[in-house]
Design a protein around this ligand. Structure first.
Ligand code: AMP
Ligand code: MG
Length: 428
């Protein structure tokens, strides 16, 4: 990993930094400036690299396509043979198939029957699609104006010329990228090693699935939502279970986490005035800022670096409320982990949707509300909230298909007004 700067160095760079009232964009900027990046690289077979982060630019070793070829099923000929007025008549000299080219040389006034992808025969530069012509025996007649010289021909190197960059380092490899690398004949690709992320839940009231639920206790759900979000990010996971609000157990868990992982994510124990020890131990083990973020839900959050046995890890101490965990993960942790894994940051696309009902919103904080987006009859989008917006109501998160993002300076929203929505799902 690269070495992160000190927290106070960043604090002095972030405009108007106030840990007790930190706007969401500033917290994001702070995190982006702080997080270290993995440096280690591994080579993987192409298919194994899906979803991984490219570690070096890929320069094309070949021209793609490697020959001028036909874009259509039809007849290849010389553009110079087109009649200036009236139809053009050509004689068929042979056939060229994809993978089995026409080996002869077509003379002036001749054409070659050709299939899509077949190499353009020597000297020929134009293709007329077969549906435009009349064929009688060896004679092909093109009506006037059917094509212009150079039409329906794909040029060598048109997709990508040898020596040109095909993909840039930092790219998270998608199916199209695997195809592109395959088209260059690359069997292997260099990617950054997977980021290791440890996570655990804190709280005396938490019970794991399978344990009896005593009065006042709740099942630990955060470890499951976190597992799901982290698994989707493609990081290596270390699930450390539930840790009680007990100083020795917490310290042991934090130490073990930072000895084994690049990042540690905890939930619970960071609220103001809580009778637990999480914050104290975080502060003892490293350099940690305790933020009150101007957002809803998910105000408190701890962020920094903890150390043990010469190893260090970035710490995200998320609030305990199940919805706040997810929202703070989407707002801060997702992009931070992608950056740590070597990915070049790219903003997520937001949908603009008309709010079905008026929304109350105070300027001066970012609000993330759970919404259901549906298409409208006129080709746009509309969004309604999923009822109860309490930060413990996981059901409403499960019902939602996106988060309505009400920005820091935004005020009340009238019915019908457009708002930004962050959709949960994208293309596969
Ligand atoms: P805390 O931030 O520790 O004060 O927790 C806030 C609320 O979230 C409390 O009602 C906790 O019981 C609940 N909570 C904390 N951690 C979890 C968890 N892992 N799963 C479900 N609920 C939790
Ligand atoms: Mg707690």
């Amino acid at each position: 990993m690269t070495t992160p700067p000190r927290l106070e160095q960043i604090a002095s760079c972030v405009n108007g930094y106030d840990p007790d009232a930190l706007p969401v964009p500033q917290a994001r900027e702070f995190i982006a400036r702080f997080v270290p990046r993995v440096a280690a690289v591994e080579k993987l077979a192409l298919r194994a690299a899906l979803g991984r982060v490219l570690a070096a630019d890929v320069i094309s070793p070949i021209d793609v396509p490697s020959h001028d070829n036909s874009a259509m099923d039809g007849f290849a000929f010389r553009g110079a043979d087109l009649a200036t007025d009236g139809p053009t008549v050509l004689r068929i000299a042979g056939t060229g198939l994809a993978g089995q080219q026409f080996e002869g040389v077509a003379q002036a006034g001749e054409c070659v029957r050709i299939m899509t992808g077949a190499v353009m025969p020597e000297g020929l530069d134009t293709v007329v699609p077969q549906e435009f012509v009349r064929v009688e025996g060896e004679r092909v007649t093109l009506p006037a104006g059917a094509v212009k010289p150079g039409d329906n021909r794909r040029l060598r190197g048109e997709d990508l010329a040898a020596g040109q960059p095909a993909l840039a380092a930092g790219r998270v490899l998608r199916p199209a990228d695997l195809g592109l690398l395959a088209s260059l004949g690359q069997a292997e690709v260099a990617v950054f090693r997977r980021l290791r992320v440890a996570f655990f839940s804190t709280g005396d009231e938490l019970r794991s699935i399978g344990e009896p639920l005593e009065p006042g206790c709740v099942y630990d759900s955060n470890r499951y939502t976190l597992w799901g979000m982290l698994a989707r990010l493609g990081v290596e996971l270390i699930d450390m279970g539930v840790v009680r609000d007990d100083p020795a157990a917490l310290e042991a868990a934090f130490r073990s986490a930072c000895e084994n992982a690049d990042a540690v994510i905890t939930s619970g124990g960071v609220s103001v005035g809580e009778a637990d020890y999480t914050k104290k131990i975080m502060a003892q083990l490293g350099e940690v800022a305790f933020w009150k973020i101007a957002m809803r839900p998910g105000r408190p959050m701890a962020f920094g670096r903890i150390e043990s046995q010469g190893r260090s890890a970035v710490l995200f101490g998320l609030p305990g409320n199940p919805v706040a965990v997810m929202v703070t993960f989407y707002a801060f942790v997702r992009d931070a982990l992608l950056a740590m894994g070597g990915a070049t940051p790219a903003p997520l696309p937001l949908l603009r949707a008309a709010s079905v009902a008026p929304l109350r919103k105070k300027p001066g904080r970012t609000e993330f509300q759970r919404g259901i987006v549906t298409p409208t009859e006129n080709g746009g989008w509309q969004v309604r909230l999923t009822g109860q917006q309490g930060s413990g109501v996981l059901k409403s998160m499960s019902e939602a298909n996106g988060l309505v993002v009400l920005h820091h300076d935004q005020g009340n929203v009238a019915a019908g007004e457009l708002v930004d929505v962050l959709p949960f799902e994208g293309l596969i």
